[in-house]
Ligand binder design. Structure first.
Ligand code: G6P
Length: 470
C-alpha cells in the first residue's frame, strides 16, 4: 500500500460489537450501550484516547455510515442476516464460546459456520486496514475475531497489532476438538502481542501453539517466519479490570445512594443477596438458585427476612442453549417462589432486564451479599464492580474459584459452585460474617482493585505492545 492510501487513525480498537447497539425505539431508531464485560472495560479506555473503534452495530442487514460517539470515531461493520446466524450465533457463540468455557454446553462444529467466520473476520480486517495510519497501533478484541491479526498483518505489515482474549483459553485437550485449531492459532499469531486474563490461559495457548504449529517457543515468545522474514509474537497475561473511579463516584452520588435506600425499602427491608449476570450458562445462575432454594427448604433462611435479587440480562436469545437455559432458570425461580412466597414477600426477585450503571451501583450498594458463582469466567467484572461500589467498606462477596477475578480477590469467600453443600455453607458464612472480618476482607479487596483499574490494564498491555517495536 503506498502512503497515499493510509488512513488517519493512529489507534484503533476492533471488536465484534461497537460500544453502542442499534435499537428500534418508539420514535425511530436509537443507540443503546452494548452488553457485556468487553464494552464495560474498553469504553473508558477509548474515551481517554482519540481513536477509532471498528465493530458491528448489532443489527442485521444494515449498512451504517461511520459516526462520532463520545469523542470516538465508530466504524460499523455490516453483517447479513445469514452471517449473524452463522458467524455470530453459530461459530462465535455455539462453537467457540462453549469450547472455550470448559464445554459446559456441547460445542457444535459446522463447516458453513467456519466459512462465515472466515469471511466476517476478513471484512473486519479490511475495514481496519482502510482507516489505519501508517505504523498505527491496532488492538483486536476477543474470540469472535481470532483470524483478524494474521489477515491484517498480511494487508498492512506496517501496523503494530495486539490481540486480547477476554474469555478463557481452554486446555489443549479441549481445544484439540476444534477442526480448525491450527488456523485459529495461526490467526492469533499474526499479532505482535496476544494477551490473556490468567496465567493458565497464556500457558494453555502456548501449549496449543507448540503442539499444533510446531513453532519454536522461548518462554513467552513464539518465533515465526512469514513474508516479512523472522518475527516474534509474545503471549502474556494482562488481567482486565473496571473503571474503579467511576463506580466509586457513582456510589457516593446522593441520587444513587437514595435509590439504594429505596431498593431496600421496596424489598421490605430484608437482607439482600444479589446476583448480576448476562443470562448465560457459564454464570452458574442455576447452581446459585438451587443452593438458595435449599437453604429456604432447610429452614436456614426465611423469606420474611431474606431476598435474592437476580438480575439476568437478556443475551444471545436466538441461540438454542440460551433459550433452554432461560426456560430452566425461570422454571426454578417459579418453583421456589411458588413454594416460599407469602402474599407480601417474594423469595427471588428475578429481573430479566439490563439496567444503566447507576441502577447497578444502587443495587450493589443495597446488597448485603454478592453472589458470583460462575462455572467458568474469563474475569468477571461484576465481582470487581461490587467491591468498587462498597464505599462503606462492608458487604460480602461469595466468589467462584473458576473466575479470573478469584486470582486477585483472594479475601472473597471463595467457592466451588458445583459443590452445592459447600455453596450453601459459603452463603451462610457470608450472611453471618462478623463486622470486623467483613471490613478487613473488603478493605483488602478494595486496595487490590484501586491499584489495578482498567486504565492500568490497558496501559500495561499497550506498553508491552509498543515495547519490542523495531
Ligand atoms: C462477553 C464477551 C464479549 C461480548 C459480551 C456480550 O463479555 O467476552 O465479547 O461482547 O460477552 O455478548 P454479546 O454476544 O452480546 O456480544
Amino acid at each position: 500500500m503506498d502512503s497515499g492510501n493510509y488512513g488517519k487513525y493512529d489507534f484503533i480498537v476492533v471488536s465484534n460489537r461497537l460500544p453502542v447497539d442499534r435499537v428500534a425505539e418508539d420514535d425511530g431508531e436509537g443507540w443503546r450501550r452494548s452488553p457485556g464485560g468487553l464494552v464495560t472495560a474498553l469504553a473508558p479506555v477509548m474515551s481517554s484516547s482519540e481513536g477509532a473503534w471498528v465493530g458491528w452495530h448489532g443489527a442485521p442487514d444494515e449498512t451504517v455510515e461511520p459516526f462520532e460517539h463520545d469523542d470516538t470515531h465508530l466504524v460499523p461493520v455490516p453483517l447479513s442476516e445469514e452471517e449473524v446466524e452463522f458467524y455470530y450465533e453459530g461459530f462465535s457463540n455455539a462453537t467457540l464460546w462453549p469450547l472455550y468455557h470448559d464445554v459446559i454446553a456441547p460445542p457444535e462444529f459446522h463447516r458453513n459456520w467456519w466459512d462465515a467466520y472466515k469471511a466476517v473476520n476478513r471484512r473486519f480486517a479490511e475495514a481496519t486496514a482502510a482507516i489505519a495510519a501508517e505504523g498505527a497501533t491496532v488492538w483486536v478484541q476477543d474470540y469472535q475475531l481470532q483470524l483478524v491479526p494474521r489477515l491484517l498483518r498480511h494487508l498492512r505489515p506496517d501496523l503494530r497489532i495486539g490481540f486480547f482474549n477476554h474469555i478463557p483459553f481452554p486446555p489443549v485437550e479441549i481445544f484439540a476438538q476444534l477442526p480448525w485449531r491450527r488456523q485459529v492459532l495461526e490467526g492469533l499469531l499474526g499479532a505482535d502481542l496476544v494477551g490473556f486474563q490468567r496465567a493458565s490461559d497464556t500457558s494453555n495457548f502456548l501449549r496449543a501453539v507448540r503442539r499444533y504449529t510446531g513453532s519454536l517457543i522461548k518462554q513467552h515468545f513464539v518465533e515465526l517466519h512469514d513474508e516479512a522474514g523472522r518475527r516474534e509474537c509474545r503471549a502474556d497475561t494482562f488481567p482486565i479490570s473496571i473503571d474503579v473511579a467511576r463506580i466509586n463516584e457513582l456510589a457516593r452520588r446522593p441520587d444513587v445512594v437514595e435509590r439504594s435506600r429505596q431498593i431496600r425499602e421496596e424489598v421490605g427491608d430484608r437482607t439482600i443477596l444479589l446476583g448480576v449476570d448476562r443470562l448465560d450458562y457459564t454464570k452458574g445462575i442455576g447452581h446459585r438458585i438451587k443452593a438458595y432454594g435449599e437453604l429456604l427448604e432447610d429452614g436456614k433462611l426465611q423469606v420474611e427476612d431474606t431476598v435474592l435479587i437476580q438480575v439476568a440480562s437478556p443475551s444471545r436469545e436466538r441461540v438454542e442453549s440460551y433459550r433452554l437455559l432461560r426456560d430452566d432458570i425461570e422454571a426454578s425461580v417459579g418453583r421456589i417462589n411458588g413454594t416460599f412466597d407469602t402474599l407480601g414477600k417474594t423469595a427471588i426477585r428475578y429481573l430479566h432486564h439490563s439496567y444503566p450503571t447507576e441502577e447497578m451501583v444502587a443495587l450493589y450498594l443495597a446488597a448485603d451479599v454478592m453472589l458470583v458463582t460462575a462455572l467458568r469466567d474469563g474475569m468477571n467484572l461484576v465481582a470487581k464492580e461490587y467491591v468498587a461500589a462498597r464505599t462503606g467498606v462492608d458487604g460480602a462477596l461469595v466468589l467462584s474459584e473458576f473466575t479470573g477475578a478469584s486470582d486477585h480477590l483472594r479475601q472473597a469467600i471463595l467457592v466451588n459452585p458445583h459443590d452445592i453443600d459447600g455453596l450453601k455453607e459459603r452463603i451462610l458464612q457470608a450472611l453471618n460474617l462478623p463486622k470486623g472480618e467483613a471490613t478487613r476482607r473488603m478493605r483488602a479487596m478494595r486496595r487490590q482493585i484501586l491499584q489495578n483499574d482498567v486504565e492500568h490494564w490497558s496501559q500495561t498491555f499497550l506498553h508491552a505492545l509498543a515495547a519490542g517495536r523495531g
